[in-house]
Design a protein around this ligand. Structure first.
Ligand code: UDP
Length: 325
């Protein structure tokens, strides 16, 4: 099958391109390289262009007949979304609509959308299954939830089939060491902890020690990027087999606190990791843990690299490869 991977030069999109090629599919990456890296496109052909540009989309869909479109190109920083909501609604919402409209105009079907646990805001209960009401508390989460709603409307009116995958905390790196997480600036806990371990940063800041959790730090459900890719592949198979649209929460169902992540990283790396205690970061819910029962039942998803030590060990191999190829 031929798949368009929008945002294939980014963290999850680059791993997905590899996963698709390894599974016998043909990949075209569309990326404007605003946050991604040309060197991360190791699988598939790169078209440098933006979904903000309808002419570019016309050209891409005019030249290729895609069996599916996967959309990884979005801005992902919660704090930035509060300061600059216009950028988030422009890129994550309006540009996504451009993409959907190009698919519609060119008769392309089957859309897999990168959604997020941020659509749940501060959830009333954990673990979070798909029945928990969506109530995002920042523009980032709202932009993703709006796309989910738009997809429901596009399905109803135009028959566009889609799968929305709500990632909890994507982490880890390609076990073969070719690809990994590379954000600039980096804001995510695991890569920052490992940069503190390798000496690229003096310390890791712990944002908040007064949450209502056993050790006072926030609890998250870390899920390996390769396991996320496996879920995407299953989502594609569902769409191609006529299984219909779906919405799935993707995590391991195990919550780890910031302190537990740092302790695990100390064990995995054997390095000292200096801490700096700081106030809470705005917009952080205390606890986000997935109930992925639906993905397991309906997609047959079975995370293979779900334990935190494996996730951190894979990310550590990538950190040790810095500066990356
Ligand atoms: N965090 C932290 N120090 C950092 C970065 C993150 O204490 O330098 C905490 C953050 O407050 C949250 C957790 O680590 O509780 C995971 O944050 P991350 O940004 O990795 O993912 P998010 O949950 O925001 O998607």
């Amino acid at each position: 099958m031929k798949v368009l991977v929008v945002g294939g030069a980014g963290y999850i999109g680059s791993h997905m391109s590899k996963c698709l090629v390894r599974n016998g599919h043909q990949v075209v990456v569309l990326d404007d390289l605003s946050t991604g890296y040309r060197s991360a496109v190791r699988y598939g052909a790169l078209i440098e262009g933006s979904i903000g540009n309808p002419d570019c989309l016309n050209r891409v869909f005019g030249e290729h007949a895609f069996d599916a479109v996967m959309h990884f190109a979005s801005f992902i920083q919660v704090g930035e979304s509060v300061r600059e909501p216009a950028r988030y609604y422009r890129n994550n919402l309006a540009n996504t609509q451009n993409l959907l409209d190009a698919m519609r105009e060119h008769g392309a079907g089957n859309f897999v959308f990168s959604s997020t646990a941020a659509i749940f805001g501060e959830p009333a209960q954990v673990p979070i299954d798909e029945g928990v009401p969506s109530a995002p508390i920042n523009p980032y989460g709202r932009s993703k939830w709006m796309v989910e709603q738009m997809l429901a409307d596009y399905e109803h009116a135009y028959g566009l089939q889609s799968v929305c995958l709500r990632y909890f905390n994507a982490a880890g790196a390609d076990p073969e060491g070719e690809l990994g997480e590379r954000h600039d600036p980096e804001t995510h806990l695991i890569p920052l902890v490992l940069q503190a371990a390798s000496g690229r940063r003096p310390a890791i800041s712990v944002f908040g020690t007064d949450y209502d959790t056993p050790d006072g730090t926030c609890i998250r459900d870390y899920v390996h990027v390769d396991d996320l890719c496996a879920a995407h592949l299953l989502a594609l198979q569902r769409l191609w087999q006529g299984g219909g649209s779906g919405r799935y929460n993707l995590g391991n169902g195990n919550g780890f606190s910031v302190r537990e992540v740092i302790d695990t990283a100390r064990r995995v790396t054997g390095r000292d990791i200096p801490l700096r205690f700081e106030p809470r970061r705005a917009g952080d819910p205390a606890r986000l843990v997935a109930d992925s029962g639906r993905a397991r039942r309906e997609l047959g998803w079975q995370p293979a690299r779900g334990d935190l030590e494996t996730i951190i060990a894979d990310a550590w191999r990538w950190e040790l490869a810095y500066p990356w190829r």
